[in-house]
Design a protein. Sequence first.
Length: 170
Amino acid sequence: MADPSLRADCARCAALCCVAFAFDKSDLFAADKAAAEPCRHLTPCGRCAIHRSRAERGYGGCVGYDCQGAGQWVTQVLFAGRSWRDDAALLEPMTVAFITAQRAHAALQLLETARRLPLSKAERRRLAALDAALRAARSSPGQIAALIREARVLLRGLRRHVPAPADGTG
């Protein structure tokens, strides 16, 4: 069963993905944008003015992005519903927290996927311990980096549980 906390809920976020990341003009983004700078298409109420036509307007990178629930976790849990839009002093700490939480949520998503494998009890315990540690540390960049390294080691060790592709390319 999919963990609902790892699904993006833009209505409960403060448009953090539209602010936190930098991007360069490319096939995925029609214009340059600096990190911690609101996108030019972000409206004062925190919505995307071109949401329905993002791909056609050159913002395909936005279409394919999923924060995996990090945005609403930062906004609703870590900042208790407060937003950089209401208090400009929150822009930098929310941006830093979002980037950190997004890394943690991506790792949590991988661990959730790994739970579907036929794991041993020891592997399941290690996976559960890593999951709990990532959830507890998701606002600490240093801890997250160490836990992600640990998760990578665990996940590499689980490769033997993944069936080879049917076409023999694996």
